[in-house]
Design a protein around this ligand. Structure first.
Ligand SMILES: [Zn+2]
Length: 636
């Protein structure tokens, strides 16, 4: 989720983007590192390793192993109504109570072996929700819960026909990461509880339902859809979407679902998905999940992508027409190895999921698109990381973050993503790529379909890579990466030759020795444009902005990332000719990574705040609850 952020004020909730998101900016610094001997110990500060502080559930006593859902999708009431049948495994044979997570669910009844059983729903905690405690008879090995969701379920977005591309049918999608599954299914909503699932989803007949499970591209549109996920997954990977969806194959194992209007463009944009899959398998071992399809969501999807197994959910904002933003697909695909197969045991361990995935993303891009792309994306990622290092408090720059008492959505900054990836890059450089790849292959195999903690990873590292390469690796350095803020001194700094000419052009233009129309940018790719814009000084004159816009038509850019960078510059320098586009941008896109920095920048001045309020009021009904929550602080 991805998903990454800037904390605003002490209690700011910053929903990054779930899976693949980031902020952009520049600069460098190296924080002082505490040379304490037991870095891990100090940082851990009485955290109970492996304890999930974000779930009320009790898998240590009774564990849910399989879920069978039967849900009716009621668009008029904005509710999912039906039953969840949970298979149980008694870890403690004397256990008599099953504790589940819920948020804003109405529980109608609970039965076991055909008989009603007692249950209690606790008062709601603001972000953890309500514990549902069920008395389980000694002989029962399952329970059946009859329930319905609230129209305000935090993990479900209901779109009216007007909010879709086709304008004719409503649309629904879920987003469970980090702890939103509990808002649409009563379950043990912890990444360390893995379960298989089956589902029957009942929809209006004109619509198609898809899930993070076995989807049949040829399934008949009859309003009743059956799904099965035979591999055990954590709850945050359960996902459902319903809409006027159509399918187009891209390769033997890959295809795309979307509304009809963007189906061809999406299939063309993401045509390299099959090549990515083949390359990743070759380097990091077999793909475990059968098919790999993409679901392109309406523009209100709050994240870049979400790695729902077998069916990644993808923002349409990366359909640029030139495959320039497809690293997002590489990222979601990479999660099939890191995250979905080897999962973080708690949200504190998210860096094991996102750091590995971000590292693999760069590697996939290199395998499929070559060194130059790899280098450019590495530099841009490093700059995103620096922006967060510069703006986040020290405690939020720690990879194994202490999230006790906090909303786990707070963990989605660039720290678990880019800092995690940079750490792994350092390991790779110190032991050699071949050795590191072998380590990764073994790691993915050893921990397949398990949820592991940072400490388990460290002890595995100690027994393997560290043991074999004690000449180049040290535990002190590794712990510094994982448990200290900032970036360790002398960390690897990615470079790209393709950016040298961009720096030269920007410098010459800023000095006034060349005009914008004299910049030789004909062959620049999107990454070079992003680098050109993201490294501009904070203040530019109106003449300079007019010059750039006139020559490069930046206000009209169809690339959503370039437009984002330009609009941010425009807000920071009050460049009014871009403001109509800014309003359109904010009211048609709900991807938090793209809109949040703009709202934040606007909120810095009274005039800007008025513009932000106007756009937010207009856009709010179409934004996902997470995007609303992340941005309302800027318009109050
Ligand atoms: Zn991710």
């Amino acid at each position: 989720m991805i998903i990454k952020y800037i904390i605003v004020a002490a209690l700011a909730l910053t929903i990054f983007s779930s899976c693949s998101e980031d902020n952009t900016s520049n600069t460098t610094t190296n924080p002082k590192v505490d040379q304490s001997k037991s870095i891990a110990e100090v940082a851990t500060n009485a955290i109970q390793v492996g304890k999930d502080y974000h779930s009320f559930s009790n898998p240590e006593s009774i564990k849910v192993t399989h879920l069978n859902l039967d849900l009716t999708v009621d668009f008029s009431k904005k509710m999912l109504i039906g039953t969840a049948h949970l298979d149980l495994q008694k870890v403690d044979q004397n256990a008599t109570q099953l504790i589940l997570d819920t948020r804003n669910l109405t529980i109608n009844s609970v039965t076991a072996m055909g008989e009603k059983v007692d249950f209690g729903l606790a008062n709601g905690d603001s972000f953890l929700g309500s514990a549902l405690t069920i008395d389980v008879p000694a002989a029962a090995d399952s329970v059946l819960i009859s329930y319905q969701t609230s129209p305000k379920a935090s993990g479900v977005q209901w779109l009216t026909p007007e909010q879709t591309a086709g304008k004719k049918h409503p649309f629904l999608f879920t987003q469970a990461q980090a702890i939103h599954a509990r808002s649409f299914i009563p379950l043990q909503d912890s990444p360390q509880v893995r379960m298989t699932y089956e589902a029957t989803i009942r929809t209006p007949k004109a619509l198609l339902a898809v899930m993070s499970a076995s989807n049949d591209p040829k399934s008949q549109r009859d309003g009743i859809y059956e799904f099965s996920m035979p591999q055990p997954i954590p709850s945050y990977l359960i996902a459902l979407a319903v809409g006027d969806l159509h399918f187009k194959p891209m390769g033997e194992r890959t295809g795309v679902y979307s509304e009809k209007g963007i189906l061809d463009a999406a299939a063309a944009e993401f045509a390299d998905t099959e090549s990515m899959l083949i390359a990743t398998e070759k380097a990091f071992g077999p793909y475990s999940w059968d098919r790999y399809d993409l679901l392109i969501l309406p523009p209100s999807f709050p994240f870049g992508g979400m790695e729902n197994p077998r069916l990644s959910f993808i923002t349409p904002t990366v359909i640029a027409g030139d495959k320039s933003l497809v690293s997002l697909i590489a990222h979601e695909l990479a999660h099939s190895w890191s995250g979905n197969t080897v999962t973080n045991a708690t949200w504190r361990d998210l860096w094991l999921n996102e750091g590995f995935t971000t590292y693999l993303t760069y590697r996939i891009m290199q395998m499929v698109y070559g060194d130059e792309r790899f280098e450019m994306e590495s530099v841009l990622g490093r700059q995103d990381l620096q922006a967060d290092i510069d703006s986040l408090p020290d405690k939020d720059q720690i990879m194994a973050i202490d999230l006790r008492g906090r909303d786990p959505d707070d963990v989605f900054s660039n720290i678990p993503y880019e800092k995690g990836a940079l750490f792994l890059r350092e390991l790779e450089l110190k032991v050699g790529r071949e050795n590191f790849d072998q380590f990764l292959l073994n790691y993915f195999e050893k921990f397949a379909f398990k949820s592991i903690t940072t400490d388990q990873f460290i002890s595995y590292l100690e027994q393997t890579l560290l043991k074999d390469h004690s000449d180049t690796l040290s535990m002190q350095r590794i712990e510094e990466w994982i448990f200290q803020p900032g970036i360790p001194e002398d960390a690897y700094v990615p470079e790209s030759d393709a950016f040298i000419i961009v720096d030269q052009a920007r410098d010459a233009w800023l000095e006034g020795t060349v005009q914008a129309d004299e910049i030789n940018s004909e062959k620049w790719v999107v990454h070079q444009w992003l680098y050109f814009l993201n490294n501009m000084p904070e203040k530019l004159s109106q003449e300079q902005l007019t010059d750039l816009d006139k020559v490069f038509a930046l206000t009209k850019s169809k690339n959503n990332e370039i437009a984002h960078s330009w609009l941010l510059i425009s807000v920071n320098n009050w460049y009014q000719p871009a403001f109509n586009r800014l309003h359109d941008y904010l009211t048609t896109i709900g991807r938090n990574k793209l809109v949040k920095p703009l709202y934040k920048a606007l909120s810095q001045t009274p005039e800007g705040k008025i513009m932000a309020q106007k756009a937010f009021a207009e856009a709010k009904s179409g934004y996902h609850p997470l995007t609303v929550k992340a941005n309302e602080v800027f318009v109050q």
